[in-house]
Design a protein. Structure first.
Length: 341
């Protein structure tokens, strides 16, 4: 069996642990041969490969990023992209392909499956917004990084009696904002699932100052004010049609400062959240995903994705990962609101 492996979309901590788990079990237990495709779907599209065996995966468990490289190449938007990819896979003698990625990467994997190619998916997104799995690796690391940042912001906020706003990732789902905000003791958390009332936010800020504490606001990049529009970095789109977010934190700081008279500053964590070494939780989860992905190849469970349900790794249809986003339920947000203001 000759198996291709690729990582697509944004990098995140734990990708190398997945690759390591796939190769170690695949070579040692099943005698499979592996081909690493470089830079996401660009690899099979253009025939960009690298050697992928046990020597290549030694020592990569704690490393962030991905040794295979990544990109946001969308085969569906490229004229003849699917057909060229299938031809290259056949020329390289690839019997099966393991695609590690989020909604966009797995969407392309689903299309290839519909064309009859043997694909297994591994869910990857630090936003934790993929349906079909309780958690995705990288999320715990991102939350830990954001929580540490919020802890540090508390001390400088108190020293200068400022409002400090921490902007975190979260285009359509506010899981990182929710978890890091609760863990970091923020007195307001703004998420994409719930449009925020600026007057209410001002009330929370003023209430905090009355209690002689400086306010900390955590805001997801995709959060929007009531009746407003998503604040974007610019209007350019990536190959999957996504705009570049970032800017809601600065917009909010300006509004709050003008309304309250208190200084407001914004910290945008950006790519810091998805860089660096994965947490122990993410290393273990990613490793288990890799081990079970190659098990799915052995069982010829094509068109499925490995997923975490409770403490078990199970298989679900690929379509389940890309059908609907897993967003923050209202009851979870209501829990956090107990600490606002």
């Amino acid at each position: 069996m000759r198996v291709g492996v690729l990582t697509g979309g944004g990098d995140c901590p734990g990708l190398n642990a997945v690759i390591r788990g796939i190769v170690r079990r695949g070579v040692q237990e099943y005698g499979y041969e592996f081909v690493g495709f470089r830079d996401g779907w660009k690899g099979p599209l253009e025939g960009l490969t690298m050697e992928l065996g046990i020597p290549q995966v030694r020592g990569i468990l704690p490393r962030g990023g991905t040794i295979l490289g990544s990109s946001r190449t969308n085969l569906v938007k490229i004229d003849g992209g699917i057909e060229r990819t299938e031809e290259n896979l056949r020329k390289l003698g690839i019997d099966a392909l393991i695609a590690i990625g989020g909604e966009d990467t797995l969407g392309v994997a689903t299309t290839l499956t519909e064309h009859g190619f043997h694909v297994i998916g591994v869910p990857k997104t630090i936003d934790n917004d993929l349906s079909g799995t309780d958690y995705t690796f990288g999320f715990d690391t991102a939350v830990s990084i954001a929580t540490e940042a919020i802890d540090r912001l508390h001390t400088t906020a108190e020293s200068h009696h400022r409002i400090l706003i921490c902007e975190v990732m979260g285009r359509h789902a506010g899981w990182i904002a929710l978890h890091s905000g609760m863990a970091g003791g923020a007195n307001a958390i703004l998420i994409p699932e719930v449009e925020f009332d600026l007057d209410e936010v001002i009330g929370w800020v003023e209430s905090r100052f009355k209690a002689s504490y400086a306010p900390i606001i955590v805001v997801a990049e995709g959060a929007m004010p009531l009746g407003g529009q998503m604040v974007t970095k610019d209007q350019t789109l990536d190959s999957f049609g996504h705009v570049k977010l970032s800017g809601i934190g600065e917009w909010l700081a300006q509004q709050v400062e003008e309304r309250t008279g208190h200084e407001a500053r914004t910290t945008v964590l950006g790519h810091i959240q998805r860089g660096g070494s994965p947490t122990a939780f993410d290393r273990v989860l990613a490793t288990r995903f890799g081990l079970n992905a190659i098990e799915a190849v052995k069982d010829e469970a094509w068109g499925t994705m490995v997923a975490l349900h409770g403490t078990d790794i199970v298989r679900v249809p690929l379509q389940l990962a890309t059908g609907t986003l897993k967003t923050v339920p209202m009851e979870r947000y209501e829990e956090a609101k107990s600490f606002f203001g």
